[in-house]
Design a protein around this ligand. Structure first.
Ligand code: FES
Ligand code: MG
Length: 576
């Protein structure tokens, strides 16, 4: 393998020439207390850090970045920490999804505009993983992703509590009058006990598993709990490895091949896969020039069982248990020849290398193919006259009697309208009712909020029911569960057929047949379509204005059209 020389490094264009501009760069680096020894002959490694005071999942990044720098220095590099938007799932409204592409753009442009040769990307809370990866793919410098790691498992009154999942579950019980205020306060304090991302197999854990399976994370690193000392060691290894990747010129296009994307989809399906991951997977693959579609996801899903027995698809275990049982490498081992050995990782070696020697400590947590949690992948893609471009459902996380269901629609045009329905204990509906929320898609939400796991209506809770068919163009949290049909595309806000649905229309869901239809005659739909009036735009200025002009639909990954890899020619390196 040929190695780069110092003169070939990008950063050398800033630091090496004997001219006035470079002199300015050197002088300003000296201003910070460094001297020539710090940069001469060394790759500069950007550490994109999504730490902030408003990001509880990344609290430890303030400290971990020092371990990354240590690794960069050990390997002979020069670390530069560059802070970026922290996108806390907990606080950012209306939804972090509105800003995923903003962080992707920030990542790409931070890397482009600074004197750096490679990067360590620090993320983990839901959108941060795809955002950082998307931006870094588009810039094309060698990078390694440092996953935040899951927080400790939740604990209250001697029972495990899983992020999101148990909050939703017990909130329904609280609304049904079965949980006291004191008990609830105990759960609030017990469900999030340490730094780190959500410790169910929600979007965060799914996305870091996907990034590892795609080859972008050091082997096994995505499963390490945030509070485990192995996380510090892994952080240092990321720093060391990023320096070597620069010398080896191990750019993302060499890693993210069609084989790597297929491996990522396979692993995602076997984890139990957050529905959000579908959108991010498509967006990441398309950035890398791999045209992944919903059909590909459904096809791979049909032949990949769920092996990770982690909530919400599993019943008991959480990410801490997953790590102790062997972690993601053990899950990959269970997948056997379903993984393509042609794909390599940030190590430069095949993803599948060494898997046969990986121990599996608990095969109830990480199941063998012969004893899966669910016989197919966790996601199904539905199509029909309600969703011509597709919708998704998580069959493993809902009551099987809803896999084939026909019932009358009850439609809410906004979240406040929906709340009025679900909070009224006497609202007329039946267990067959299909509860619909629309105008909650990429443009309608805006930003496609996680409103799709519509809380169970009080009118059904009081009958003792805990699941029903729910339908929307929104997303739902990866920690959610229930018979929720999501991501209906095209969305109603732009005139997708969901906009034409009326109260009482029969909706027919057939998961085995992968279909989703409204049983309304075509002539009637044509008349409704002709009468449909487009809603008034939500933003007249600012980021939201740009978002609405350029956001793509869920089946395309919700990227901005102008950020796609096939949009226009390549961007030139900056003039120095
Ligand atoms: Fe950060 Fe769930 S809130 S991962
Ligand atoms: Mg989430």
């Amino acid at each position: 393998m040929t190695r780069k020389t110092y003169d070939q490094l990008r950063s050398a264009r800033w630091f090496a020439p004997d001219d006035q501009r470079s002199s300015g760069h050197r002088s300003r680096t000296l201003q910070m207390g460094y001297d020539a020894q710090d940069w001469e002959g060394r790759p500069v490694i950007a550490i994109i850090n999504t730490w902030s005071d408003a990001q509880p999942c990344h609290t430890h990044f303030k400290d971990r970045v020092e371990w990354v720098k240590r690794g960069v220095l050990q390997a002979g590099g020069f670390p530069l920490e560059l802070p970026a938007l922290s996108l806390s799932e907990s606080y950012v409204k209306p939804t972090t999804m509105l800003y995923r592409n903003m962080l992707a753009m920030e990542t790409e442009e931070l890397l482009r505009s600074h004197p750096v040769d490679g990067a360590v990307l620090m993320g983990g809370c839901d959108k941060t993983t795809p955002a950082l990866v998307m931006g870094a793919i588009s810039m094309g410098l060698p990078f390694v992703f440092l996953p935040a790691g899951p927080m400790l498992r939740g604990n209250y009154a001697g029972k495990y509590l899983g992020s999101g999942t148990d909050m939703f579950k017990y909130w329904d019980e609280r609304r049904a009058g079965n949980v006291t205020r004191e008990e609830w306060q105990g759960m609030e304090a017990g469900i999030a006990r340490s730094y780190g991302h959500c410790m169910t197999m929600g979007t965060a854990s799914t996305m870091t598993a996907i990034a590892e399976a795609m080859g972008l994370i050091l082997p096994g690193a995505s499963s390490i709990p945030a509070a485990d000392a192995n996380h510090q060691r892994m952080s240092t290894q990321c720093g060391r490895r990023a320096v070597e990747m620069v010398w080896e010129d191990l750019t993302p296009d060499r890693i993210i091949t069609p084989a790597a994307v297929t491996n990522a989809v396979t692993v995602a399906m076997a984890t139990g896969c957050s529905t959000n991951a579908i959108i991010h997977l498509i967006a990441m693959a398309r950035r890398a020039g791999v045209p992944l579609t919903l059909e590909d996801l459904d096809r791979i899903g049909r032949s990949t069982p769920v092996l990770a027995n982690i909530r919400p698809s599993g019943t008991l275990y959480l990410m801490e248990d997953f790590y102790y049982a062997g972690g993601l490498r053990a899950l990959m081992k269970q997948l056997g020849d379903k993984l393509d050995p042609a794909a390599i990782t940030v190590t430069g070696k095949p993803l599948t290398e060494g898997l046969e020697a990986v121990p599996i400590w608990n095969d109830d947590v990480i199941r063998p193919l012969s004893n899966p949690v669910y016989h197919e992948g966790s996601l199904a893609v539905l199509k029909g006259n309600l969703a011509p471009s597709g919708a998704v459902i998580k069959p493993a996380a809902c009551d099987p009697r809803f896999h084939r269901h026909t019932g009358p629609a009850l439609v809410a045009d906004s979240y406040p309208a929906l709340k009025a329905i679900i909070d009224d204990p006497d609202y007329p509906m039946t267990p067959d009712t299909v509860l619909v929320l629309r105008n909650a898609g990429p443009q309608g939400g805006p930003g496609m909020p996680e409103w799709g796991m519509i809380p169970m209506p009080k009118a059904l809770l009081k009958l003792g029911l805990r699941d029903m068919v729910r339908l929307s163009d929104a997303r739902m949290s990866g920690t959610s569960f229930g018979a929720c049909v999501l991501h209906v595309s095209p969305e109603s806000w732009i005139g997708g057929p969901l906009a034409l649905l009326r109260n009482g229309d029969l909706v027919e869901l057939d998961v085995p047949a992968r279909s989703l239809n409204m049983l309304v005659p075509e002539a009637e739909l044509a008349a409704r379509r002709a009468a449909w009036v487009a809603p008034v735009a939500k933003y007249e200025r600012g980021y939201g204005f740009m978002f609405n002009k350029h956001i793509e639909q869920a089946d395309k990954g919700c990227d901005f059209d102008f950020l796609r890899s096939d949009f226009g020619g390549p961007v030139d390196e900056p003039v120095i």
